[in-house]
Design a protein around this ligand. Structure first.
Ligand code: FAD
Length: 345
């Protein structure tokens, strides 16, 4: 079968406990841009048990079509039945592109399925576009340059380089995409899904993994990815107690506290609050970087913020290269003064 028979941009619409994960809407947003370049449409793939009722939400965020696989075996995420279902969808509908969120679930599901359909997968992408591959035609081999390829870009070697990868000889072109990086579209209120129900035969297979018990995380449910204002602290903050100072500033502004990896490694905040390549990607309206040097791995997670305000005692700290506003000085003096001023207003 020729590669040209594969058509359409498909996204995996992750749901957990019958709630669509935000990454699904972000993937549709990016999928629409890619589909426009390829003159095709975006199809969301919704797998689960009793999930058909969620399809309209995907249409509201731009899905042209929703393929629903509804099966009791898909009640809770498990690699085997979900991989069987998504593999069956790909074999039946032959998408040109298949995008999956780089969530805990997607990082398990995506590679399993790509191996089963014998194609490649680029993991943890931060940029996707349609273009030529190789990017620059090789002299004498111009005829070998392929057009309309999915160019998948991701940080590599600890964020020290950015790699653009393509999959010119297999279909679908598969990628997992970091949550929080792509933008969802403005909702189309009242949109109704064009639903296609698909019922492949799924087999119970506990050969490799058997779920004995599901224990739900308790406690902290606030998510720094939802915050409009983030007051982020790094090693320069000095201690867990000093983060109280940042919390006070965040409270006055109606924001949340987040941090660099150094703060997590020192045990000052939990990993849930870490921004960066191995933490979360955030895009708040205002991002305060306080006592953070601006290492590339940190900046990768926050550079898309609308306004970045850096406070650092070192005028040469790289964070000032990405900051819109910078204050050079001791955070122990500046942060309380800023909070007091805001309280007074
Ligand atoms: P430092 O680099 O030590 O900077 C502290 C800053 O505080 C300095 O600029 C200093 O001038 C300033 N300062 C000190 N005292 C004061 C004061 N009193 N007033 C004002 N300023 C002061 N890092 C992340 O953050 N997120 C990630 O996801 C991440 N992933 C990584 C993945 C890999 C594979 C690797 C190799 C590294 C990763 N890192 C990540 C680590 C990253 O390289 C840096 O080590 C880390 O970001 C440094 O944190 P920091 O800026 O808080 O600390």
């Amino acid at each position: 079968m020729g590669l040209e028979e594969y058509k359409g941009v498909f996204i995996y619409a992750q749901q957990v406990d019958n709630e669509i994960s935000p990454i699904a809407f972000e993937l549709i947003g990016k999928g629409k841009e890619l589909a426009k370049d390829l003159n095709t449409e975006v199809t969301a793939v919704l797998l689960g048990s009793n999930v058909k009722g969620l399809a309209d939400q995907l249409a509201v965020y731009g899905a042209d079509k929703v393929i629903v696989v509804d099966n009791p075996l898909l009640e809770t995420y498990r690699t085997e039945p979900y991989a069987q279902a998504l593999t069956a969808v790909i074999n039946e509908y032959k998408p040109e592109i298949m995008l999956v969120g780089a969530t805990a679930i997607g990082r398990d599901l995506g590679p399993t399925v790509s191996a089963r359909v014998q194609t490649g997968l680029t993991a943890d992408c931060t940029m996707l576009e349609i273009g030529d591959f190789p990017l620059v035609a090789v002299p004498g081999k111009e005829d070998q340059q392929k057009h309309n390829q999915l160019l998948m870009t991701r940080p590599a070697f600890g964020g020290n380089t950015i790699a653009t990868i393509a999959c010119p000889d297999n279909r679908p072109q598969m990628a997992t995409v970091r949550p929080g990086v792509m933008q969802k579209i403005a909702p189309i209120e009242g949109a109704k899904a064009n639903v296609v129900e698909f019922n492949p035969e799924l087999k119970e297979n506990n050969k490799y993994v058997e779920i004995e018990e599901v224990v739900k995380a308790v406690g902290n449910v606030e998510n720094i990815m939802d915050a409009k204002i983030l007051v982020s602290g790094g090693r320069g903050v000095g201690s867990a107690e000093n983060f109280g100072m940042l919390k006070e500033l965040a409270d006055v502004l109606g924001g949340m506290v987040s941090c660099s990896r150094a703060a997590v490694e020192n045990g000052w905040l939990a990993q849930d609050y870490q921004v960066g390549q191995t933490g979360k990607t955030v895009r708040p309206n205002v991002y305060f970087a306080i006592g953070i040097s601006g290492a590339i791995q940190h900046v990768a997670g926050m550079e898309e913020s609308d306004i970045i305000i850096a406070i650092n005692k070192d005028a040469d700290a790289p964070i000032f290269d990405v900051a819109d506003y910078g204050i050079v000085g001791d955070l122990n003096k500046i942060v309380p003064a800023l909070t007091a001023q805001l309280k007074a207003e």
